[in-house]
Design a binder for this molecule. Structure first.
Ligand code: PDD
Length: 292
């Protein structure tokens, strides 16, 4: 594995030198939020969108004192250059910090010694985005219950359930899982879920507390005009997905990826759908043009 430089609390260090306290609340309580920003041509895709969502997640959890947009942009640029990244992702994480012991109660925020500053870290990872072979084949999803907490809209690092569902999906011979709550599909384990009906209507879950408000989803909807008849932001059932003409997922690390099977039922003719592929191309063109 290639050693890379990571950012931790103001310093750029070798990944094997970066250390976080065992009392860090990110480690003990998953008291932390994160973002995943894709990098194409060495540039940051939708930096502003991810910055806005990070700020919202931090505000919802009252985690204070993290870096602002200018600092984050500088961190990203440094990491891209230092690690020679052209295609992949940058991971950001902000925890409530290290209060020096374990307590369910939050420490007072602010600089130490009186307060507890957040722990801020970032690293890069190479990922096949445009060149992802799954764009040609599509992916198969299992359908599993959504047993996550009721604030899926906050991008926290409580990812154990998502991780369990990915493992379960693999054990079922699938690539990933879509989750259901009260009979409706909420989202994928780490992607938003969408379908296209036989008459060309794009159906996607509305933005509420049951799903993460995907940054890729928002940009995809903005470029979808002209490619779909119309967009309906409403929850859909598994049966509706299985009867759809096309299905797909969106995420920073997936961009737009076709789904060709839902819970053992082939979607359309089992090949990536034309509208999905057109949306993928339109999104990639937009991402490359607008990356900074
Ligand atoms: N996951 N829903 C969930 C549960 C997610 O974890 C993600 C992203 C998305 C898509 O959001 P966006 O388009 O902003 O990436 C939807 C990231 C990629 C991850 O955890 O690696």
């Amino acid at each position: 594995m290639i050693m890379c430089t990571v950012y931790l609390n103001g310093d750029y260090v070798d990944e094997n030198k970066a250390q976080v306290s065992v009392f860090d609340r990110g480690f003990l309580f998953a008291d932390s939020v994160y973002e995943v920003v894709s990098v194409m041509d060495g540039k940051l895709v939708d930096f502003a969108g991810h910055m806005t969502r990070l700020t919202r997640s931090l505000t919802e959890l009252k985690i204070e004192g993290g870096p602002g947009a200018d600092i984050w942009e500088g961190i990203c640029r440094q990491l891209v250059v230092r690690n020679g990244l052209t295609e992949g992702m940058i991971y950001w994480q902000v925890t409530r910090g290290n209060p020096g012991d374990r307590s369910f109660l939050w420490p007072a925020p602010g600089p130490s010694p009186a307060g507890t500053p957040p722990t801020v870290l970032a690293f890069t990872q190479a990922v096949a985005l445009d060149s992802n072979p799954a764009a040609q084949t599509g992916i198969k999803v299992a359908v599993l219950p959504d047993l996550r907490w009721g604030r899926a809209d906050i991008k926290t690092t409580q990812l154990l359930y998502a991780s369990m569902m990915k493992m379960e999906a693999k054990a079922l011979g699938c690539d990933d899982a879509w989750m259901t709550r009260d009979g409706f599909v909420t989202e994928g384990t780490s992607q938003n879920a969408h379908i296209v009906t036989k008459d060309g209507v794009l159906i996607t879950h509305p933005l509420n507390r049951d799903i993460l408000h995907g940054i890729t989803r928002a940009a995809m909807l903005a470029v979808a005009g002209g490619l779909v008849l119309r967009v309906e932001e409403r929850a859909f059932t598994v049966a509706e997905a299985q009867g759809a003409a096309e299905a797909f997922v969106s995420a920073a690390t997936a961009l737009i990826l076709p789904v060709v099977e839902v819970d053992g039922v082939m979607i359309g003719d089992g090949a990536p759908g034309p509208i999905t592929l057109a949306l993928r191309n339109a999104y990639i063109a937009w991402a490359r043009d607008n990356a900074i």
